[in-house]
Design a protein around this ligand. Structure first.
Ligand SMILES: Cc1ncc(COP(=O)(O)O)c(C=O)c1O
Length: 395
């Protein structure tokens, strides 16, 4: 299943441990090998329809489109390559709004989302709100999941879009997307899901599950950064969005700009590897995650798990340390690549809206840490990580 371990995931000499795979993953060496020729001899522009270099590039994109589609149970032409999930998320919101306004400039429009989405949804929704769209940011339950009853109550006659994150990037909780899709279908509302932390990690089938639009990204699944995709359902119903980016008409006019061929090739191979190993990798991650949780409970009495105990990402733990602000211990965690619930941005403390959305107090958020595991994580590293945390706290 696994390939040669990328050097950067561990600094052998002083045993630093990377446990921030939800932030980004290293490129799998097999992905890198597949990309390399497209930086060198196979450098053509896929839009150059009149010569060999262009055809090679175009074929490579076609193959990648099939690999990406296959991972999520879509048809290749339902996949449009983007610059990542941030772009895909923005595209759905602004592209749909533009289309709806084109069709009927004065009709009221209502979008539904939750309070614990990725900032690319939160901020794009806030932006369209300023443009006159009614937006509901639904609360979540104590596990960080949006409840079906809450959704049903929020639906209005002019609701056009629901957008919910599938697997939360901070707390790992899984939303019941197939059930939500069912509700959306009943009310003829488009369902978009931000599946950036789901695709390649849990089973996803957009066709069977009735999903209309789905965003995901290369660098969360051992592919390169700066590439992602938007799945747009092609039939039953055919979803229509206006482009976000206009220009030379690449990607069937939906997303202009010369396609980043090496990145798209890498994304395709990354998807193929995930698909081939999904079951085994999910099981392995779940075992490792459970092992880490056990180690943490032994090392840190009173540690609390945020998010759902079982309906959660196989590779994520989000914990609140009992009364210990992560800021205080961070200097002693330099050998541990983890991320915190609050961070000092440009002079101001930025507190996670996701943890706040779960009902944690600001103090509790400041005591929270996310540990996320990946393809090359070992049990030995997890034992060490728990020890490092314990020592940092005890000091
Ligand atoms: C759930 C989720 N959505 C969107 C994004 C943005 O993805 P990208 O970095 O590809 O723009 C991320 C990455 O942090 C994420 O975890």
């Amino acid at each position: 299943m696994s390939s040669e371990r990328p050097m950067g995931t561990t600094l052998q000499q002083d045993s630093a441990i990377y446990l921030d795979y939800n932030a980004t993953t290293p490129v799998d060496p097999r992905v890198f090998a597949a990309m390399e020729p497209y930086f060198k001899d196979l450098f053509g522009n896929p839009a150059s329809a009149g010569h060999h270099w262009g055809w090679v590039a175009e074929n490579a994109i076609g193959k990648a489109r099939t690999q990406v589609a296959s991972l999520i149970g879509a048809r290749p032409l339902e996949i449009t390559f983007t610059g990542g999930a941030t772009e895909s998320n923005n595209w759905v919101i602004f592209g749909l709004l533009s289309k709806l306004r084109e069709e009927n400039p004065t009709a009221p429009i209502h979008f539904i989302t939750s309070q614990i989405e990725h900032s690319s949804i939160m901020k794009a929704m806030a932006a369209v709100q300023k443009q006159g769209v009614e937006v509901d940011f639904l609360p979540v339950n104590k596990y960080g999941q949006v409840e079906l009853e809450t959704i049903k109550k929020a639906i209005k006659p002019h609701t056009k879009l629901m957008s919910f994150i599938w697997v939360n990037n901070e707390i790992g909780s899984i939303n019941p997307i197939p059930e939500i899709a069912h509700i959306a279908r009943e009310h003829q509302i488009y369902l978009h899901t931000d599946a950036t932390q789901a695709a390649g990690k849990i089973p996803v089938n957009v066709t069977d599950m009735g999903i209309d639009l789905m965003s995901f990204s290369g660098h969360k699944i051992y592919g390169p950064k700066g590439v992602g995709a938007l799945y747009i359902r092609g039939k039953d119903p055919k979803v229509q969005l206006n482009p976000l980016i206009y220009g030379g008409g690449q990607e069937r006019g939906l997303r202009s700009g010369t396609v980043n061929v090496p990145a798209v090739v890498g994304f395709g191979v990354a998807c193929e590897i995930c698909q081939q190993n999904l079951t085994a990798e999910t099981q392995h991650m779940t075992e490792l995650r459970n092992f880490l949780w056990q180690q943490l409970q032994e090392a840190i009495p009173g540690v609390h798990l945020n998010g759902h105990p079982t309906e959660r990402s196989p590779a994520n733990l989000n914990i609140t340390l009992p009364g210990i602000k992560t800021e205080q211990i961070l200097p002693r965690l330099q050998k541990l690549g983890v991320s915190t619930g609050s961070a000092c941005g440009t002079g101001a403390m930025v507190v996670s809206h996701v943890l706040r959305g779960l009902g944690l107090s600001t103090d509790e958020v400041q005591c929270s840490l996310r540990l996320s595991l990946g393809r090359w994580t070992t049990q030995e590293e997890l034992t060490k990580a728990a020890q490092i945390l314990k020592n940092a706290i005890n000091k």
